[in-house]
Design a protein around this ligand. Structure first.
Ligand code: HEC
Ligand code: HEC
Ligand code: HEC
Ligand code: HEC
Ligand code: HEC
Ligand code: HEC
Ligand code: HEC
Ligand code: HEC
Ligand code: HEC
Ligand code: HEC
Ligand code: HEC
Length: 485
């Protein structure tokens, strides 16, 4: 009895916001058993006290249809085209109004949507292609975190793919745009886990955004190469999110410090790889031991080619070792130095080769380092001599030009290392070594000539000076002879 009284008091004195009056629209439409009213029962708007009139106008207190749905008293009817978004944003872009319903959520959805690739698309140039209801529906809207929401992480892929997986539809807008994102995604670690109900993995919206989706070529896009590493890192550097999987969370940090990361993030080099160049966009998965060199080889083609014909190819395959990664690492690849080759650490060769372990590689590593070293030393000496000759004003432009071919041979040698074949390296380095020796000789000749000319000049200056002095004395003598007379 007392309980009932308390409940009655509660219900009359503390109405839920907006539920102080009955929604006659809903009541009548429920008797019609139409779809909108059926779906509206669970709608978040109804739970916030918003009635059918919140979007359609009219008087939700009127019991009669003619009064309730009277255009004179503000009934708006069924919105069409851009009017639809117009209805939603009357609240969703109005912070004060949203606050009056107890909501502190964002109010920038329309602003972002307008700037997005979707917001700019239009039907026949008049109305926008995508309205709020395209992704959220009109009736039965629930919290985006609710499993029934079309934008919940487990459903959003189907929502996006309803257009993006439809070739006939997409052809109207951009025939060149691939329509295979969802099937590819399903093959990735992300997609496989998502299909099993894991909401921590990336889905379409976690990489592309929701309202501010932009073309992949737009510099403001979350998947534009220079922005992408941060997009991936929003999860992969989040140790709390990643904890259940027990995988490292240092990929971004390592990448940012790597030769690739510096080239991409600091130098904005469009040729440098972002995460997706090695992991794929939609088929995002680790390249895997077998395919690593193919990934690296898309940019470093020569190295990959030499490697695949080298003795290491079979040796690494047999031991299930990744090809490039074994010596260079993956995320923390640094600029190389000649110290990486040789028989002693920090040379990578020393990890596996020693006088007792695979000794053929050990001696080869030692000689290969010696070849590289002699090329480098000869190049340095030749360059120093050319510079000295230039400072002395000698004409050595041809030698300066020839230095380029030495440099080229040095770069080529470093690539040729990947054949892991001393003879091949010798062949490439020999061209540089021979050129460096020639330059050395020619620059030395120029310098010698400089000294020769200087001595020549000194001697002739001396002779002229002596002559002048002699002449002077002679004139003096003639003058004094004249005075004596
Ligand atoms: C007493 C019953 C009743 C009430 C109250 C009522 N409706 Fe209706 N409504 C109907 C019926 C019946 C139809 C379908 C007949 C028609 O299209 O004219 C309809 C149609 C509609 C339509 C579709 C109109 C169209 O052009 O297709 C909308 C939108 C609508 N109602 C919204 C509302 C809203 C909003 C309210 C409250 C402000 C409301 N209704 C109150 C009975 C009612
Ligand atoms: C959050 C805004 C919103 C609310 C609240 C809302 N509607 Fe709608 N309604 C729409 C929009 C937008 C359309 C336009 C068509 C579409 O996109 O489905 C629509 C279309 C309709 C239509 C015509 C098309 C159809 O789906 O049959 C009817 C009837 C309708 N609404 C009735 C109602 C009734 C009844 C309620 C309350 C129980 C209601 N609506 C609440 C936004 C809303
Ligand atoms: C291209 C699909 C798409 C369109 C169009 C769209 N949304 Fe969303 N919306 C989403 C996704 C996806 C989420 C989930 C966001 C997330 O998890 O980060 C979302 C989330 C929301 C939220 C929850 C709060 C937030 O901002 O994260 C609101 C409110 C919302 N949308 C309103 C709107 C309104 C209003 C419009 C029209 C101006 C609109 N949406 C258009 C996809 C869309
Ligand atoms: C009369 C004001 C009003 C109108 C009109 C309105 N909404 Fe809402 N909407 C709200 C309020 C209030 C909430 C609850 C927000 C919250 O809980 O933070 C909400 C919640 C939502 C959510 C769930 C957001 C979340 O945090 O998960 C979505 C999605 C949404 N609305 C979409 C729409 C769409 C689409 C339309 C137009 C068809 C629309 N709304 C029209 C007031 C409105
Ligand atoms: C109503 C259909 C529709 C829906 C739903 C839709 N899109 Fe789109 N989307 C398009 C069309 C059409 C284009 C424009 C293609 C063009 O002109 O290049 C586009 C463009 C894009 C682009 C830019 C492609 C490029 O040029 O690089 C991305 C990214 C994108 N959508 C992602 C999404 C995601 C993620 C979702 C789900 C949250 C989604 N879309 C939902 C139709 C849709
Ligand atoms: C792990 C992050 C990630 C996920 C998840 C993801 N994308 Fe992408 N998406 C990308 C990247 C990165 C690109 C840019 C490719 C490039 O640079 O050309 C891209 C490009 C696109 C494009 C442009 C055309 C193309 O295929 O290159 C569309 C459209 C697109 N994505 C839609 C989707 C849809 C739909 C989903 C969900 C099924 C999705 N994406 C899931 C990262 C992702
Ligand atoms: C929404 C969060 C989120 C985003 C964004 C995200 N990932 Fe993931 N990713 C995960 C989770 C969670 C896993 C599951 C980890 C696992 O299975 O070991 C995962 C798995 C992976 C794996 C497989 C790891 C393994 O254990 O084999 C790779 C590779 C990967 N992500 C790369 C990327 C790349 C590249 C991007 C950006 C284009 C990206 N991810 C964006 C959450 C995310
Ligand atoms: C130069 C190529 C390359 C780039 C760039 C790259 N990765 Fe990787 N990533 C790899 C390789 C190789 C592996 C190891 C695969 C294996 O061993 O099977 C890997 C492994 C991973 C894994 C599995 C866990 C781990 O650490 O071993 C994740 C997650 C991952 N990468 C995320 C990223 C993210 C996020 C970025 C961008 C910040 C990124 N990767 C950039 C090549 C790359
Ligand atoms: C057995 C160890 C080893 C393996 C495996 C290996 N490298 Fe190297 N790599 C080196 C060493 C050592 C150097 C440094 C040579 C120098 O500077 O003298 C180097 C240098 C490089 C360079 C800089 C020189 C140049 O060619 O511009 C690139 C790029 C490179 N490696 C890419 C790769 C790629 C791609 C793969 C896989 C196909 C790979 N490496 C496999 C040891 C290795
Ligand atoms: C999308 C193209 C691309 C991919 C894929 C790529 N790289 Fe690179 N890499 C570059 C560029 C560009 C540079 C030069 C950066 C700079 O020095 O500014 C570079 C530099 C390097 C260097 C340093 C070379 C030097 O002269 O010091 C090494 C080593 C290297 N990459 C190895 C790898 C390995 C191993 C992989 C695969 C795991 C890989 N790269 C994948 C483009 C790529
Ligand atoms: C991860 C271990 C590993 C690293 C690192 C490594 N090697 Fe090897 N290398 C091998 C194995 C295993 C073989 C095959 C030995 C055999 O089958 O007898 C081999 C074979 C060779 C051979 C062929 C030897 C012959 O039989 O003719 C040469 C040359 C060679 N390595 C040079 C190098 C050089 C130079 C480096 C450093 C830049 C290096 N290796 C780094 C494991 C490695």
């Amino acid at each position: 009895m007392i309980r009932r009284l308390v409940l009655m008091v509660l219900f009359t004195a503390v109405p839920l916001p907006g539920q102080d009056h009955v929604d006659q629209c809903l009541q009548c439409h429920q008797t019609l058993e139409d779809e909108p009213s059926t779906l509206f029962i669970r709608d978040i708007h109804r739970l916030r006290g918003i009635t059918c009139a919140g979007c359609h106008g009219g008087d939700p207190r009127a019991e009669e249809m003619e009064d309730a749905m009277n255009k004179q008293t503000g009934f708006l009817g069924v919105p069409k085209g851009d009017e639809i978004t117009g209805r939603c944003v009357k609240c969703h872009s109005d912070q004060e109004r949203m606050k009056s319903y107890g909501s502190n959520g964002r109010t920038d959805q329309e602003l972002l949507l307008r700037q997005s690739v979707h917001g700019r698309l239009s039907v026949s140039g008049k109305e926008r292609l995508v309205q709020c209801t395209t992704c959220h529906n009109a009736h039965g809207i629930v919290s985006v975190k609710d499993k029934r929401s079309p934008v919940h992480p487990l459903n959003v892929t189907a929502t996006c793919a309803s257009c993006h997986g439809n070739p006939a539809y997409m052809r109207n807008y951009n025939p060149a745009l691939p329509v295979d994102q969802l099937p590819k995604y399903r093959t990735s670690v992300h997609g496989r886990r998502n299909a099993r109900g894991d909401t921590r993995v990336a889905e379409c919206a976690s990489c592309h955004g929701s309202h501010d989706i932009r073309s992949a070529h737009d510099v403001k896009s979350s998947v534009y190469p220079t922005n992408l590493p941060a997009t991936c890192a929003s999860c992969h550097s989040d140790s709390v999110r990643m904890k259940p999987y027990g995988i490292p969370t240092n990929q971004y940090e390592s990448f940012a410090e790597s030769v690739h990361g510096i080239a991409l993030l600091e130098k904005h080099d469009p040729g440098a790889p972002a995460c997706n160049d090695c992991h794929g966009n939609h088929g995002a998965a680790p390249p895997g031991v077998q395919s690593v060199s193919q990934v690296c080889g898309t940019c470093h083609a020569l190295n990959a080619d030499l490697f695949s014909r080298s003795p290491h190819k079979r040796a690494f395959d047999q031991r299930n070792l990744p090809e490039c990664e074994t010596c260079h690492g993956n995320h923390s690849i640094v600029a190389v130095t000649d110290r990486l080759i040789g028989s002693e650490p920090p040379a990578v060769c020393a990890q596996c080769h020693s006088p007792t372990e695979y000794p053929a590689g050990y001696t080869a590593a030692m000689s290969m380092r010696a070849i590289i070293d002699s090329l480098v030393t000869l190049e340095e000496q030749a360059r120093a001599l050319v510079e000295e000759a230039e400072q002395k004003g000698m004409e050595v432009s041809e030698q300066r030009f020839a230095l380029r071919s030495v440099r080229q041979a040095r770069l080529e040698s470093r690539t040729t290392i990947h054949a892991f074949d001393k003879a091949k390296l010798q062949e490439v380095a020999a061209k540089g070594i021979a050129a460096a020796r020639d330059i050395h000789v020619q620059a030395q000749e120029a310098i010698d000539e400089y000294y020769f000319r200087r001595i020549g000049l000194g001697v002739s200056t001396l002779i002229i000076t002596l002559l002048v002095i002699g002449l002077y004395l002679y004139i003096k003598k003639i003058e004094s002879n004249g005075q004596q007379r």
